[in-house]
Design a protein around this ligand. Structure first.
Ligand code: G3H
Ligand code: PYR
Length: 205
């Protein structure tokens, strides 16, 4: 049984991978650093090859596909091996496509009305995106009182410096962020650095 996506790790690393050959060593470095989950975004031509490689060669990691912006993306991601899906927003067609494939979806919201609309679609675990730009930890903290049934993964502008403020909120399960797999780290193929950053990220909570 797949655990709730929000409860695997304090941080979901959000990855934009240019070279699919990096995917497997990257996933192994995250695991070695104590992070058992990864979100590979559909933002590069190599994304689906990367997903297929991790699904085949690193089955121990919970494999998500992000930047899912259509029902077609849901199909492509799940066919490639995605175990969960992440979207920057929430649409009925994406929600229904993910349900049809029986794959957990973490869709994004940025306002109270979007959170209510997601609730009407039966969703209780959401991404808060873009977190820093949309109101940060103070905004999410204020949602807790009227909407205690919702839990969030704030993503967008989250850093090791501000992550603890989010992780201290009772309606936050984990945060998402790209700092563990930042472009300079990936450009250097520095998987030892990925492991170090992963270990430091796990210690944030
Ligand atoms: O999914 C959203 C972003 O790509 C991650 O945002 P970030 O680079 O600000 O951590
Ligand atoms: C930003 C976002 O939610 C994603 O790339 O999946």
């Amino acid at each position: 049984m797949v655990p709730s996506v929000l409860d695997v790790s304090p941080v979901i690393p959000v990855v934009v991978l240019e070279d699919a050959a990096d995917a497997v060593p990257l996933a192994r470095a995250l695991l070695a650093g104590g992070i058992g989950i990864v979100e590979l975004t559909l933002r590069t031509a190599s994304a689906l090859d990367a997903v297929r490689a991790v699904a085949t060669e690193v089955p121990e990691i919970l494999l998500g596909v992000g930047t899912v912006v259509s029902a077609e993306d849901v199909a492509r991601a799940v066919d490639a091996g995605a175990q969960f899906l992440v979207s920057p927003g929430t649409t009925r067609s994406i929600v229904e496509a993910a349900r049809d494939r029986d794959v957990p979806l973490l869709p994004g919201v940025a306002t109270v009305s979007e959170a209510l609309a997601a609730l009407e679609l039966g969703l209780h675990e959401l991404k808060f995106f873009p977190a820093e730009q949309a109101g940060g930890a103070a905004f999410l903290g204020a949602l807790r009182s009227p909407l205690p049934q919702l839990r969030f993964c704030p993503t967008g502008g989250v850093t090791p410096a501000n992550a603890p403020q989010y992780l201290a909120l009772p309606n936050v399960g984990c945060v998402g962020g790209s700092w563990i797999t930042a472009p300079d780290v990936l450009a250097d193929h520095d998987f030892g650095r990925v492991e170090e950053l992963a270990r430091a990220a796990v210690a944030l909570r």
